[in-house]
Design a protein around this ligand. Structure first.
Ligand code: COI
Length: 356
């Protein structure tokens, strides 16, 4: 065991699994790097974090998060730059968002030192797991769980915070087909739609599996009251280019995740002179725009999914096709600019890169 300069105790693995990593066949979320970070919250404070070999957890079956869902997470990526160095994209924003989720779920704030220094130390140790190929990265998954061994219903008093990492390729290998969901709902004002709570994803499993069986890749959620206004896609935020203007649903109602990729794309769109409107977008407006030829481009945005172009949207049995992607002029350009920053092919003028 060694102690890092940040007082994170490090116990390196005695048996690295790096030789099992096939960089040419990376599937999202299947393989994990050698180490993980673990940190426990007891008696009102966080203990010193530890980096330990990646491995199973031993939990009481009465552990509270498994029953009542005090479980939140984040998604961040580390990229290999041409000079071999490693850069993490905007982890401070994910740290802030994790604490927004924690506040809503009545969980403790995670200090920046544990979250950010933890990522730094973990990735330094597992640097060999950051892949080099086109569209690859090391996906970083911090998560926090309510740990009381108690099945009475109340906020847990003890918590665990972990970070695991997973080498990843593209989340979607081709443009996505979207089904506009007008039966089930994801979020209502006053609910937890703006958080990265595990329960948001649990509730999406049935609607998503159902549309996948119909040949679609994902659902596009609509508002709970009228099923009229689009919110977000199951795995990402959503953007539409209508008549040269970028439209994306506004965050004010608390029903949409404040995506870090979403925010980066809005910044780049504006820098490219594209008008961005963050506002309620009705499905009728999109149908009308498609019929009049004004719906030019559409894409989802997220850490895991990056920028994923949309090929078509199906709403109440009617499929709206987007124009051929090779005719698009805005989204591919923004995607390239974002990738160039993430992969270190262009200078980071926004302060988005966190060096390891
Ligand atoms: C992410 O983009 O990081 C997420 O957590 C979304 C999840 C569907 C993988």
């Amino acid at each position: 065991m060694s102690v890092s300069s940040l007082n994170i105790k490090v116990t390196p693995t005695s048996q690295s699994r790096i030789s099992e990593l096939d960089q040419n066949n990376l599937v999202f979320g299947k393989q994990y790097a050698d180490h993980m970070l673990a940190c426990y919250y007891e008696n009102g404070e966080w203990n010193t974090p530890e980096i330990i070999p990646f491995g199973d957890l031993s939990l009481s079956p009465a552990t509270s998060f498994m029953h009542y869902g005090q479980a939140i997470f984040e998604g961040i990526k580390a990229y290999r730059h041409p000079d071999g160095s490693i850069a993490v994209f905007r982890p401070e924003d994910n740290w802030k968002r994790m604490n927004v989720s924690a506040a809503r779920l009545d969980m403790p704030e995670i200090p920046a030192e544990i979250f950010l220094d933890g990522i730094k130390e973990l990735i330094k140790l597992d640097a060999a797991w950051v892949p080099e190929g086109e569209n690859t990265s090391l996906y970083i998954r911090p998560f926090m769980l309510g740990m009381d061994e108690f099945i009475g219903v109340r906020s847990s008093l003890s918590y665990a915070f972990y970070i695991i990492t997973s080498p990843a390729g593209a989340y979607y290998s081709k443009p996505v087909r979207i089904y506009v969901q007008d039966q089930y709902v994801r979020a209502v004002p006053g609910g937890i739609g703006f958080t990265k709570a595990a329960g948001n994803y649990g509730a999406s499993m049935l609607p998503t599996r159902t549309v996948k069986e119909m040949g679609y890749d994902q659902v596009l959620w609509t508002d709970a009251f009228e099923h009229k206004y689009v919110q977000e896609i199951g795995t990402m935020n959503v953007f539409f280019i209508v008549d040269g203007v970028a439209l994306t649903p506004n965050l004010d109602e608390g029903t949409i995740l404040a995506g870090v990729t979403r925010d980066s794309i809005i910044t780049l769109l504006k820098e490219n002179g594209i008008e961005v409107q963050e506002r309620p977008i009705s499905i009728d407006e999109l149908v009308e725009a498609q019929k009049s030829g004004k719906l030019q481009e559409a894409f989802g945005s997220g850490t895991a999914a990056s920028m994923s172009f949309i090929s078509d949207l199906t709403y109440q049995g009617e499929t709206l096709y987007l124009p051929e992607i090779n005719t698009w002029s805005i989204s591919p350009k923004i995607k390239k600019q974002l990738d160039d920053i993430r992969y270190g092919r262009t200078p980071d003028t926004h302060g988005w890169i966190f060096r390891i």
